[in-house]
Design a protein around this ligand. Sequence first.
Ligand SMILES: [Zn+2]
Ligand SMILES: [Zn+2]
Length: 246
Amino acid sequence: MTEQQLAFDIEGMIHEAAVEAAPEWSGAPLHFTTAYFSPAALDAAFEHWQFLHKLDYSRAQSHMWHRAITVPGGVDIGDHGFDFFTADLRCEPWKHDGPHGDCMCVGDLAYMATCEPHGWHVTAGDENSAVEGWHDHAFPGWRDLPILPARLRDFETVGLSKAAMQWIENHYPESMQVVGAPVITERSSMGTRHVPGRSPWGGYDISHTAVDPSRTIEPRRRRRTHEVALEPPRASATPTSIGLGD
Ligand SMILES: [Zn+2]
Ligand SMILES: [Zn+2]
């Protein structure tokens, strides 16, 4: 027996003893669930699963809810709370003989947003839908908010440009200019993920595709003057104002 093997076995014995000594688990389920549990209960359950399976390298997936690393969690917004979780339900082909298709795996990622003060949660098969569901709960009416035109976004700076901030201040109802409130921005087909923390009030920057999926935006390109010249003049258009304000 090598020294390394010995150390490994001792670690295993210590872990086994720790598992045996641990009180029986009575928290949130140690597997996937669609029932509501508080964010703290979900965190505790996931942590406990990780403890139980610390040395079990054959089981990489718990299928349990855990924090989505791209989304900051535990935010209080007015009377509401926002916590965001993901669960990996993807196929683990090494667990069965045939390829995925013959198996019973759900085969996808799942997403969940919760509001702890109200004991509320929504689950969805994609991140955007879960985010939208949470806004339906916490910011009813958000789907009617004006869409910030893409031309007001400055793609060289992170976050919103000065012009965009000004536009939002002028166009958004005052009741929706509150901490955690979302902004809806026009996106090209390349970037339709809802981005947390990018509204002027620390809320979501929601892609326009959530409320107006039929609107399509050309990727940015230089305006070619002959195209403009070929366009029939529009009666209401004032050419000097192109680029700012609506
Ligand atoms: Zn709530
Ligand atoms: Zn499978």
